[in-house]
Design a protein around this ligand. Structure first.
Ligand code: 0RA
Length: 649
């Protein structure tokens, strides 16, 4: 930075120093600002810039956003908003754009729109993206002129420069950035991850057109997301693989007490509840006041509707619970709140109490009127909820019965379970093993101090196609529930009761094994989601090959590794003939010692932790793979078959 004696310039220098301090803090502790420096943080940079464009859209000045992944995994985001201000800030002595890009939380200084998010990872500002980029460039079209600036690791390298004239009505901002390899451990952008968030943003911001372009070699593609119907199209997307019970999607878009409320809902013939909630475009995974308001209004309106309905007296005496009225419901609730208070472990739970009453009052009016005016839909909803209530009643009876027999009582663990001797759940592992023979090897090979084994016989029930009473009558599932000890569902589940903090699925590396694993994951996702969310569910990685020469033996987990070991043991490519390669067809082919060494010994094994990256995608995936509709499943398998490897068919 050139030194001058000019008073204004030295003031600029002074603020420049302060600026550097601010962004240095971001580079020192990036995790504090973007959560992590792995893939998640990397993608967060894109969301941060796009959020600024979406803010312009919310303020009514922007309807098009273009995101490009360049060949070297750098990113450009272009919008047609008003453009970041370029005039001198009266007190800071820097152009607005430079402030926005070099001062932490400078966004607030403009106070440009009322739905800015406070706290959490969102809305940290584009200056954070700048600090964590090896290069950032910005082009602004505003007031008939185009301006340019660039930065290296947050430091201004080219001061604001006038590029030339443009048409007066041509406005917008273009931001290019290349994430800094000194900061990020992973520099690769995942198309599907960006696609999923951008699609979601288009659903949440009716009318905004968002295009994603991938320029990288071999993957070139481009998609535009644009939802004229807003959340209506979101629900349609989520229900795509389901049989819906009524064709019209219930939809509301209103403002009450300064709070924007948008809702879409539709019932399907399944038994799951798929309800998503958002505040200022942020997925409130932990729910909060807006969701509570919606749920309580839904339960109350449907119960009132039941009272008025023309149905048998004995049904009228049934009270519909929240779970009953949400069986088979797909709904999205999105609110826009001026000063959101985010709470909870991941800061994704809305705390503002005024939002609960606003949403509740509004949904009470809107839904009551809708059901009144659409009696056919009203009857369908009542029917569905009554069926759920009856099934729940039957399930309660079945559970009481099994309780009497103590089948679900931890005091009476299943006979098939070989439990471990420690009792602290944090130390204990439960292996769910496919088949009795592998189960036997695992029992002999394990460390019985902390490893418990539960052999599973054959296929477990597909819970995606079953209601709770049927799920509970399935022997294999009951055994799993009892062994884990935490109960199931939303109301009966308690993570504190889980008897193991690692539940490891161990199946063969073949089609049956993959199927059993999917069935187990479906069950955990639908009935014990918290187990996954707490990071308790894992997948074992047994080796595919044993490579041996004489007394020396090694295990390979894929073909490349097998070849590498064989070459090394044989003393070069020619000597491979003396090497014995054994392909494991199933876990049962390994003796207890081999199973321990390769798959169960914490010192040497690899286990994969199961997590839910994107709830919406996961719902759709399980519905596609495990639901009733055949056509979406066939299409999915066709589209993805080429990615499947290591399956022994
Ligand atoms: C501050 C104030 C104004 C707009 C913006 C920032 C803005 C920032 C970004 C980042 C990406 N795209 C953006 N578009 C706009 C409002 C200025 C005015 O009042 O005209």
């Amino acid at each position: 930075m050139a030194k001058t004696n000019d008073a204004a310039e030295s003031h600029y220098d002074a603020s420049g120093i302060q600026v550097l301090k601010g962004l240095e803090a971001v580079r020192k502790r990036p995790g504090m600002y973007i959560g992590s420096t792995s893939a998640r943080g990397l993608h967060h940079l894109v969301y941060e810039v796009v959020d600024n464009s979406i803010d312009e859209a919310l303020a009514g000045y922007c309807d098009t956003v273009h995101v490009t992944i360049h060949a070297d995994d750098s990113i450009t985001v272009v919008d047609n908003g008003r453009g970041i201000p370029v005039d001198m800030h009266p007190t800071e002595g820097l152009p607005g754009v430079e402030l926005a890009l070099t001062v932490l939380h400078a966004g607030g200084k403009f106070d440009k729109n009322s739905y800015k998010v406070s706290g959490g990872l969102h809305g940290v500002g584009v200056s954070v993206v700048n600090a964590l980029s090896e290069s950032l460039k910005v082009w602004i079209k505003r007031d008939g002129k185009e301006h340019y600036m660039d930065f290296v690791r947050g430091d201004t390298t080219t001061k604001l420069t006038l590029l030339g004239k443009v048409k007066e009505k041509e406005t917008g901002t273009k931001v290019y950035f290349k994430p800094d390899p000194e900061i990020f451990t992973d520099l690769h952008y995942d198309y599907a991850t960006l696609e999923s968030r951008l699609r979601e943003l288009s659903f949440l911001n009716k009318g905004v057109s968002i295009t994603l372009v991938d320029e990288r070699e071999g993957v070139q593609k481009q998609e535009t997301f644009h939802a004229k119907g807003g959340l209506k199209e979101f629900v349609q997307y989520l229900n795509a693989s389901r049989k819906v019970l009524h064709s019209e999607i219930l939809y509301a878009d209103a403002e009450r007490d300064g709070i924007g409320i948008e809702i879409a809902m539709q019932y399907n013939d399944g038994y799951n509840e798929t309800v998503f909630s958002f505040v200022n475009n942020i997925n409130t995974h932990e729910g909060g006041t807006h969701l509570t308001g919606f749920k309580s209004a839904l339960t109350s309106v449907i119960n009132k509707h039941l009272d008025k309905a023309n149905i048998a007296k004995k049904d009228k005496e049934l009270r519909l619970s929240g779970d009953d009225v949400r069986e088979g419901l797909t709904a999205v609730l999105s609110v826009k709140v001026k000063e959101p208070q985010f709470e909870g472990q991941t800061k994704t739970k809305l705390g503002n109490s005024e939002v609960e009453s606003a949403v509740k009052t509004y949904v009470n009016e809107w839904l009551a009127e809708y059901l009144e005016e659409h009696p056919r839909v009203g009857n369908i909803v009542i029917d569905k909820a009554l069926q759920a209530a009856r099934a729940r009643e039957a399930a309660r009876k079945a559970r009481d019965l099994t309780r009497k027999k103590s089948a679900l009582d931890v005091g009476n663990l299943p006979g098939k379970l070989a439990d471990c001797s420690l009792s602290d759940p944090a130390m204990c592992e439960l292996y769910l093993v496919e088949g009795d023979s592998a189960g036997g090897s695992a029992k002999q090979g394990r460390d019985r101090m902390f490893q418990a084994i539960l052999p599973l016989r054959g296929k477990i029930l597909n819970v995606e196609r079953a209601r709770i009473d049927k799920i509970l009558s399935n022997e294999e599932i009951r055994t799993i529930i009892t062994a884990i000890g935490s109960g199931i569902g939303e109301e009966d589940f308690s993570i504190d009761q889980a008897r193991y903090h690692k539940i490891i699925i161990m199946t063969d590396a073949d089609v049956d094994g993959a199927h059993i694993r999917t069935l187990l994951l479906t069950f955990f996702f639908r009935q014990m989601r918290q187990l996954i969310e707490s990071g308790f569910v894992y997948i074992a990685q047994p080796p595919l090959y044993r490579v041996a020469k004489g007394k020396e033996e090694y295990y390979a987990f894929d073909e490349a590794q097998r070849e590498e070991i064989a070459t090394r043991l044989g003393g070069g490519p020619e000597g491979k003939a003396n090497v014995n390669i054994q392909r494991y067809k199933g876990l049962g082919e390994m003796n207890p010692d081999q199973l321990w060494k390769t798959t169960m010994d914490p010192a040497t094994r690899t286990i994969l932790k199961v997590n839910v990256e994107d709830e919406g995608q996961t719902h759709r995936l399980f519905e596609t793979l495990m639901g009733d509709e055949v056509e979406p499943r066939r299409a999915f398998i066709e589209a993805n078959a080429k990615f499947v490897s290591n399956l022994d068919i």
